[in-house]
Write a protein that binds this ligand. Sequence first.
Ligand SMILES: *Cc1c(COP(=O)(O)O)cnc(C)c1O
Length: 400
Amino acid sequence: MQQAIDLQPDAHGNYGPYGGQYLPPHLKAIMDDIGRAYLSIRDTEAYRSELNDLYTHYVGRPSPIYLAKRLSAHCGGARIWFKREDLNHTGAHKINHCLGEALLAKHMGKTKVLAETGAGQHGVALATACALVGLPCEIHMGEIDVAKEHPNVTKMKILGAKVVSVDRGTKTLKDAVDSAFDEYLRDPEHFFYAIGSVVGPHPFPMMVAEFQSIVGREAREQFPKQAGKLPDVVAACVGGGSNAMGLFSGFLNDPGVRLVGVEPSGVGRETGKHAATLSYGKPGTLHGFHSYLLQEVKEGEPDPVYSIASGLDYPGVGPQHAYLKDIGRAEYYAVDDAACLDAFMTLSRLEGLIPALESAHAVAWAMATAPSLGKDADILVNLSGRGDKDADFVAEKLGL
Ligand SMILES: *Cc1c(COP(=O)(O)O)cnc(C)c1O
């Protein structure tokens, strides 16, 4: 008998050696406060039914599972299926945790919700959730991402959020995190920092994973009804790791199902322009938690990172993934920009599905792997978001 995998952290938020709270005492106290508030409402009928009601009638859950026949035939081998998180309201999986976080902030009587955003997807999802529950929202975003993802910036403003353009450092995701965190520190008792993935100090990796677990629960129920069996592989792109954790969590204790996380190798490891934390990093501490960290330039310091997909360029990764990698339950691979762009175009033209550049990394891995798995195999890919936000960027890049 294989031992069941339980991804509940211990009382201090540790997943094996990873996770935790690497914070000064006063911030640790505030995180503990959030953790207690969350645990006290998590299982109440009122909170659960409010969240589930929003998932159904506001987000449009359950998201379907779709067999991509033409893409599968094109690749020649395993069937490729998609969990359609791209169909959610706001266009990605992030609304799943933003609603949970906004409801929690409201319940705790917080006066402002703050966050960073990369591609702008977390910002739009959070601004949406805050508009819905009636809380002020402030989003910090790197200057480069503001320019690249302009439609999302406009949406956040329409939704009533304040958007802060961050021009320090690499002007991308990591610096946006630092900037938003500085603002948060001005009044952590009244502000709520809504972290956008399974990263940061405990209880955020746990909470965000639980909010996203709806994806895996649905998929575990849906897939056998459509395919007659479980998938052989479930795959998802990994930035911080929330959409991957959501899907993985439904299949953790199905030993026959491989769990595959796909990271961005950008323009190649040797160039330093990538963000493949689990593939090329090693244990370290960042933003209040311990996990794998890219620290090749200077030991202990996060590397400047890059990905064609703004939502993936983060030098750390969720502690659950670090743990799953070490115990050998999940595998992690890296896919470069060129393969990502090819998958983006191929999926668009063969299936009429324009994927987010983030999701296209997982699609690229599935396309490359399908031939070696044989015709009876099934790969379920989390299509974490849609690519409307990336359409202009890709068209320009490819000269369309
Ligand atoms: C933000 C984002 C990601 C990366 O975040 P994870 O926490 O790793 O899931 C992936 N896909 C889309 C569409 C995103 O918006």
